[in-house]
Write a protein of this length. Structure first.
Length: 187
């Protein structure tokens, strides 16, 4: 049964972990590299990953002999490399010509939005909240993600090149810190 209080709690918890607003500089940086971001596909891919992980995440990880901590460390490494790209202004992730249209999935849908932190949080929420309320919390977050992805170009024009560059450097450091925290907590 749907419970508004639980839905609000799940929504806020996921929103803070996903941190799509904080990821805006990364999203802008990726959009500059690939030309545009397909907001609909990125949102849909993120939603499918989160919902799938809600139902089969633990089983899938066990199937491959991977524990949640190892999964979190792997996600932390990818987030760390994205942070380095932002701070140093160097490309670590090269655009593969065969998968150029998949820029909405890697690294936006995974690991930026539906990454290790989000996945482990979903597994944790499962122990505390009803599945229907978690699904509603995911849905609310997907709407917010879509709005941020869709308005990233507009926000970038308001910030200007200097503001975008400053945000990219600051959030690059924040991403490094998040990656180190994930690594430290799960290693």
């Amino acid at each position: 049964m749907l419970n508004i209080k639980e839905i609000a709690s799940v929504t806020l918890i996921l929103f803070s972990v996903i941190d799509v607003v904080g990821s805006l500089p990364v999203i802008i940086d990726i959009r500059k590299k690939v030309g545009r971001i397909e907001s609909e596909k990125a949102t849909l891919a993120s939603g499918l990953l989160m919902v799938s992980f809600l139902f089969v995440g633990e089983s899938l990880l066990k199937l491959f002999g991977v524990d949640v901590s190892s999964f979190a460390v792997a996600g932390a490494i990818v987030i760390f490399l994205i942070g380095l790209e932002m701070i140093l202004g160097r490309n670590i992730f090269k655009e593969d010509q065969q998968t150029a249209g998949a820029s909405h999935i890697v690294p936006i849908a995974f690991p930026l939005i539906a990454g290790a932190g989000t996945m482990t949080t979903i597994l944790s929420l499962k122990a505390e909240y009803a599945t229907s309320n978690i699904l509603m919390g995911i849905l609310v977050n997907l709407i917010l993600i879509y709005v941020v992805l869709k308005s990233s170009a507009w926000i970038e024009t308001r910030l200007g090149p200097g503001g975008t560059n400053i945000l990219r450097k600051v959030f690059g450091i924040i991403l490094l810190a998040i990656a180190i925290k994930l690594f430290k907590n799960n290693f």
